[in-house]
Design a binder for this molecule. Structure first.
Ligand SMILES: *Cc1c(COP(=O)(O)O)cnc(C)c1O
Length: 411
């Protein structure tokens, strides 16, 4: 008899964006003529940079020849891309990593979801709340989170980040946390962490022999020169942190699929017998078994991001989105809304007016202004009373959405 992995049955039934889509579709059925603008899902809208497209064409042409054909590549990625990453994303910040510490992935979702496989099932997991749902759900699937009661998992330490604490999570008190997920710039709040605050987490991890899983998917959106782009800017982090990067938000790769994960050789975890096990070797072993590499064409495309033209072009698109974020912050503030984030990240986190629930505001905005936002509570219990807007739409649609929100708010 084939038995199911019962942990999957514990997953909360609906994925947030599926719920949203269902509600938006119900609205569209009732109002077929309405033109709904989505400031909801975190997908990008602008086309790929010309340098990236050129590299993809070139790679495709190579693949059409016997000499240029590439079959299975190295599981951890091609050296040309790993070298470009080290040279451009780390060396200028004074971070010296070895090429074997870079693992090319097919997007950060896979690796942020899969990395927990390397860890014993009863590690105690801590997450900032609200948070990208992948971190918790992937741990639920392996049975690490306990039971779901009143909107939370019994074996997860939620570390609230709200307006009340300036979106700075407090270090866990009481039972130490073994595995800590941090995401900065943050999805969904759009807020960032200073070096000083991040240092507290690194020190906590070193002191408690905890592992930090650091998601830097939005680092390219940082504008403030004081804000760290990588956790390895903090001394000691290479002993306790793994870092995930993605080209999805950096360069519009949501449909191309490429990113990378840094697993320093100094990061290790313990056995019950106090033997230290380096995660770099373990992750390599895991990847060689379960992953056959990111496509050659995607990796050539990613390499092109690091050329002088590529850099300029992707920066222009990031600036374009950040211009939306600025417009949203300005307009929503003038309308009297309490808004956060949006300065070093493409997300605006807004408190719902008059103590409205997240879903209640979501529906009111959908029906009143035909604009889609994401209910904050979908990202965790501390997201209740907030909604997220993304800056990934076009200028025109963003302006139009803001005009509608203004007209609706003034009613
Ligand atoms: C979008 C996003 C990712 C990246 O996903 P990909 O799989 O690389 O497309 C990772 N983490 C967070 C928090 C994200 O929002």
């Amino acid at each position: 008899m084939a038995l199911v992995n019962i942990h999957f049955l514990n997953l909360q039934n609906n994925y947030l964006f599926a719920d949203i889509a269902k509600k938006v579709n119900a609205f569209k059925v009732m109002h077929p003529k309405a033109d709904v603008i989505s400031l909801g899902i975190g997908d990008v809208t602008q086309p790929l940079a010309p340098a990236v497209v050129e590299a993809m064409h070139k790679a495709a042409d190579e693949m059409a020849t016997a000499e240029g054909f590439h079959g299975y590549g190295p599981e951890q990625g091609y050296d040309f891309l790993r070298e470009a990453i080290l040279k451009n994303d780390f060396l200028p910040r004074g971070i010296h990593l070895d090429i074997d510490e870079v693992f090319i992935n097919d997007g950060a979702k896979s690796d942020t979801g899969n990395f927990q496989e390397l860890l014993h099932w009863d590690n105690f997991v801590g997450v900032t709340d609200p948070i990208y749902p992948v971190y918790i759900d992937s741990n639920v699937m392996i049975g690490r989170c306990g039971n779901y009661r009143d909107g939370r998992w019994t074996n997860v330490r939620y570390m609230p980040t709200t307006a009340e604490n300036g979106f700075m999570p407090e270090l866990p008190k009481g039972r130490p946390v073994d595995v800590i997920y941090l995401c900065y710039p943050n999805n969904p709040t759009g807020t960032v962490i200073t070096k000083q605050e991040l240092r507290k987490w690194v020190n906590y991890a070193l002191k408690n022999d905890a592992l930090i899983l650091y998601d830097a998917a939005y680092q390219a959106y940082i504008r403030d020169p004081e804000i760290p782009h990588s956790i390895y800017e903090i001394r000691g982090a290479r002993k306790c942190a793994v870092e995930f990067h993605s080209f999805s938000k950096t360069a519009g790769f949501t449909g191309v699929r490429c990113g990378y994960t840094i697993v320093p050789k100094d990061v290790s975890v313990s056995t019950f017998e106090d033997e230290r096990i380096p995660l770099n070797q373990l992750w390599l072993r895991r990847q060689c078994t379960k992953f056959n590499g990111t496509s050659y064409i995607s990796q050539r495309a990613a390499e092109a991001i690091y050329t002088p033209e590529g850099k300029k072009q992707i920066q222009a698109t990031i600036d374009y989105y950040m211009d939306n974020a600025q417009r949203m912050l300005n307009r929503l503030r003038v309308l009297g809304y309490e808004v956060y984030g949006g300065e070093n990240a493409p997300y605006i986190w807004m408190r719902t007016p008059d103590g409205m629930g997240s879903w209640q505001f979501f529906e009111a905005l959908l029906y009143g202004a035909n604009v889609v936002c994401t209910p904050g509570v979908g990202f965790g219990p501390s997201g209740e009373g907030y909604v997220r807007f993304t800056a990934f739409n076009s200028h025109e649609k963003t302006e139009e959405a803001l005009n509608r929100i203004e007209a609706w708010s003034k009613k």
